[in-house]
Structures are given as C-alpha cells and as structure tokens.
Design a protein around this ligand. Structure first.
Ligand code: G4P
Length: 288
C-alpha cells in the first residue's frame, strides 16, 4: 500500500520511530538496491541520531550487480556497514546477524566489563519507506508469516519482539518513513521501480524518464528487448517504435502512448528488460 504523506503524517511517523529507538540497540535501514539513494528517507540521519545502523540494500536480485558493488564500496568508504540482501529469497540473512554482533561488540563488551554475565540478545528494528520489503524481511528473519501491518503512519500497536535465533530480537513492526517526493527525478525513480503508486505521477512522464535512462545507461538491453537496431534519439520515435512492435495501438493504427508507457514500466518492474540500478553512488548528493 502506498500512502500519501502529509506533514502531519511525517511528524507522527518520525515520533513513532523516535519512540521505538529507545528500545533497540541497532537500526536496519532498508533501501531498494535499485535506488539506494532515492529510496532512503532524507532525514534518516537526524532521526536515528547516533544509533548504530546497517544499511540493507534489498531486492538485490533486481539490481545491476556491478552498481551494487559500487554502492557497497561507497558505503565502506564512508565507514558505514552495508549489506546486499534478497529478503524474498532469504539471501544475506546470516550476515545481518553476524554484522550486528560485530557492530555491537564494544557495547556488549562494556556490559560484560560492568559485570553483566550473560548479555541479553541484540535488539533491532527495521526502518524504511513503503515497499522496500520491510514485511518480507521481518517474515524472513522470523521464519514464519507475521501479518502485514500496513503502511499507515498513524497506527500505533503494541510492540512485540521476534526472536531471530538466540542472539537477536527484532521489533515486529517496522519504522515507516516517507520518501522524498519533492525532487522530480527521485519521484520518477520511485515510480519506475514501483515504490509509489501509478496514480501519483503521470505514467507517460515516468516512462519517458525510464526510457531515457535505459537509452543512456543500458542501451543494449533496451535494443534487444524491443528488437531495435538503433535507439531513436527522439523520445516520441522511441515510443512509436516500441508501441508499434508490441501492438500498443489505438484505432487507426496510431501508437497508444499510455499503453506503451504501461507496458514499458511493467516490463522494467518485472525485470523483463534486465536488472537495473537507477541511482549512482558517484552522484549521491547527500552525505550519509
Ligand atoms: P514493505 O513492508 O516495506 O512495504 O514491503 P513488502 O515487504 O510488502 O514488499 C514489497 C514488495 O517487494 C512485495 O512484492 C515483496 O514480495 C517484494 N520484495 C521484498 N523483498 C524483495 C526482494 O529481496 N526481492 C524481490 N524481487 N522482491 C522483494 P509485491 O509484488 O508487492 O507483493 P507480493 O510479491 O508479496 O505479492
């Protein structure tokens, strides 16, 4: 479910995350590996302040492996723990636990030094914008199906801890944060990957963005999928070529641009054209 975020929602969501932070040792910041920058909440650093954090690049199966590696290198350079995971297939789950232990080693050593003989389990929570895979990850780590709580920022629930082996406890409700809508390109990237609802932005505009991006970054995959010898520079010609080849036509044989836009976006989201990453670490505008 994608919700519309209003200032009141944002304030409430932030308050709820801040409340939960008191209960935990570590934050798992879940982002979409296809758009690690655009799918993170711009205020996350301010919100989690000094809590240890691991950035989890989820849906890595849908991202460009070469750029995923660049992102991992980038985080490493910044001194930030980051892991590439596929919550749907359960890949990377063990590393989440081992990295958490590594990151909290000092804190738990200090507890031991103060005489705590058997330190408690590490307490963690997942935060992220809607659709990045928070529920999927919770279910994976819990190894059982937990009911989806929905992305309503106003909803408060009793907290419960999910045991992940003996060493980790996870809050059963994730912290839901808002994406940064005001930036047009970020909006297009979120829409291209399906993170925001199709009704929020004009589908043709989103498809124009996506096709331009693929034309410049992944031309071979685009040519192959739509059987193009060359990619026309003119975006209307590109729509015409794809629409005609795929039979997205109106009466009279004219290409239907809405249908073509829908088709292209559906095929990008279902990885029919290839696996892509739309954010580049070299262009990461914000300090992490
Ligand atoms: P949220 O709680 O953060 O809102 O996200 P949620 O877990 O509901 O996941 C959103 C969508 O992303 C779901 O697909 C889910 O299956 C998919 N997903 C989550 N993690 C991964 C991953 O690592 N790889 C891939 N390929 N997909 C992932 P959906 O189509 O919305 O629904 P459904 O598949 O559950 O029917």
């Amino acid at each position: 479910m994608t919700i519309q975020w209003f200032p009141g929602h944002m304030a409430k969501a932030r308050r709820q995350v801040t409340e939960k932070l008191k209960l935990i040792d570590i934050v798992y910041e879940l982002v979409d590996a296809r758009i690690p920058q655009s799918s993170r909440n711009p205020m996350i650093d301010e919100i989690i302040v000094n809590k240890p954090r691991i950035v989890l690049l989820n849906k890595v199966d849908k991202a460009d492996p070469r750029v995923t590696q660049q992102w991992l290198d980038y985080y490493k350079e910044q001194g930030i723990y980051a892991l590439a995971i596929d919550a749907q297939a359960g890949k990377g789950m063990k590393q989440i636990v081992s990295s958490s232990k590594e990151l909290l080693q000092e804190k738990f050593d200090r507890m031991r030094a103060k005489g705590v003989k058997k330190p408690r389990a590490i307490r963690a929570m997942i935060v992220g914008i809607p659709n990045v895979g928070k529920s999927t990850l919770i279910n994976r780590l819990a190894s059982k199906k937990i009911a989806k709580t929905g992305d309503r920022p106003g909803v408060t629930q009793a907290q419960q801890w999910i045991k992940v082996g003996n060493e980790l406890e996870l809050l059963d409700t994730p912290g839901i944060l808002w994406p940064k809508f005001e930036d047009e390109t970020v909006g297009y990237k979120l829409a291209t990957t399906g993170a925001i609802k199709d009704t929020i932005l004009n589908m043709q505009d989103v498809a124009v963005y996506a096709l331009r991006f693929l034309s410049s970054h992944y031309p071979e995959q685009l040519k192959q999928r739509y059987d193009l010898n060359e990619i026309p520079e003119d975006i209307v010609e590109l729509f015409d070529a794809i629409g005609a080849r795929r039979g997205c036509l109106m009466g009279g044989g004219m290409v239907d641009y809405d249908k073509t836009a829908e088709l292209v976006l559906r095929e990008i989201r279902t990885d029919k054209i290839g696996t892509f990453t739309f954010d580049n670490p070299n262009e990461a505008e914000q300090q992490l």
